[in-house]
Ligand binder design. Structure first.
Ligand code: PLP
Ligand code: COI
Length: 361
């Protein structure tokens, strides 16, 4: 499908290269344009890049009432050659369609998703933030637009992509490990539900638990499965821990855990990282014992926004605290972070197909 460009006048677009003086927040800034495609009568149509602006949406749209919405999160990086490269967006495009199936939305051609993202970045390339640790965060999303109050799938949809020049998700980056609340009160997802999809409803349902975690001094919840037996994941990242022999352990992907592209990438990089990376069901009791007796030396989270976020301390509902190692970032987490961000930023050779140069169209 041809992508039509209806751009802002040159004089209203960013003219200079973006060199923010202060550390950028995550997800707050926007660029000048967005990519939009509409779906009606069984087909996707009118792919276009237009100025970033409000949507006009019917008050009865299914997205507003029943959260018929899905999204993705990816990043693009500037390399030493001065070119911008998106990272593994083919994986995001594929997962978008998996999420679409879960909430009865139509699939959208993966090549069209990729082309829309690449061309949008090209149009707004002046917004790429030249700042240590910053990147261009890519947010594709799709929502139901039919004006209909029956609880049924919409017949019309909009797919769009917006960009956000962003700093790290956790403002202190990896230098200050985060605290996680281990909660047996809240659950993120259940078997037979939508936990393995990136659908807005999962995140709405996690807000209350997230606010509760903040009130206890933690930045996210480490969720357990519905029986409070196994570790699942966090609100915005998968979980991992490191055994004293250096093995990295990620909870097995069940139907209530998002298959994080970051975790999958770390698994694929096992050889290059020179360590074993395994997935298994992890009992929370064994995990706690492992930290207490020193068998587990590091822990943290993997995610596009979070990258590699080490955990320094776990806190419990009763106020108890459990420190991991000496509470600081460990050498395994640090080496994974460095290798992974090295690939993303072009300092380390990337496996074939992981990076896609943004052409000057
Ligand atoms: N788990 C959840 C619930 C998330 O929201 C995210 C973020 O996308 C992740 C894990 C990490 O996934 P990915 O590495 O694909 O960004
Ligand atoms: C991401 O890591 O890209 C996410 O989507 C997580 C969060 C910002 C919701």
């Amino acid at each position: 499908m041809k992508i039509e460009l209806k751009l802002k006048p040159q004089s209203e677009r960013r003219q200079d290269v973006f060199k923010p003086e202060k550390p950028l927040p995550f997800g707050q800034l926007r660029t000048d344009h967005m990519f939009v495609v509409d779906y009606a009568d069984g087909v996707w149509k009118e792919a276009r890049i237009v100025p970033y602006a409000n949507f006009s949406i019917a008050p009865g749209a299914t997205a507003l009432h029943y959260s018929q919405e899905i999204f993705e999160g990816a990043k693009a990086f500037m390399h030493p050659d001065g070119e911008i490269y998106s990272f593994r967006i083919d994986k995001n495009a594929k997962r978008m369609n998996i999420s679409a199936e879960t909430v009865c939305m139509p699939k959208i051609d993966e090549d069209l998703q990729i082309e829309g993202i690449q061309r949008l970045i090209d149009v707004d390339r002046k917004w790429f933030p030249i700042q240590e640790g910053a990147s261009l965060y890519i947010r594709p999303f799709m929502f139901g637009t039919e004006d209909m109050l029956g609880v049924k799938p919409s017949k019309t949809f909009t797919y769009a992509v917006i960009l956000s020049p962003s700093g790290p998700y956790y403002p202190k980056g990896i230098t200050e490990p985060v605290k996680l609340l281990i909660s047996d009160r809240f659950h993120r997802a259940a078997p037979g539900g939508t936990g393995s999809s990136k659908t807005g409803g999962n995140y709405a349902a996690s807000l209350r638990a997230g606010e509760y975690a903040y009130s206890k001094g933690a930045s996210q919840v480490l969720y357990l499965d519905c029986t409070n037996t196994y570790i699942e994941e966090c609100g915005a990242m998968n979980h991992y821990h490191v055994m004293k022999d250096g093995t990295v352990v990620i909870p097995e992907f069940t139907e209530s855990i998002l298959r994080a592209i970051t975790s999958e990438s770390v698994i694929e990089l096992e050889k290059e990282l020179g360590r074993k990376v395994i997935q298994q069901r992890i009992k929370i009791d064994d995990f706690i014992k492992g930290i207490e007796n020193g068998d587990i030396t590091e822990a943290g989270g993997f995610g596009t926004a979070a990258v590699v976020s080490p955990v320094g301390t776990y806190i419990f509902e009763d106020g108890r605290e459990l420190k991991v190692g000496d509470g600081r970032i460990g050498s395994v987490s640090k080496s994974i972070y460095e290798y992974y961000t090295g690939i993303q930023t072009g300092r380390v050779k990337a496996p074939a197909g992981w990076l896609r140069k943004v052409e000057r169209y």
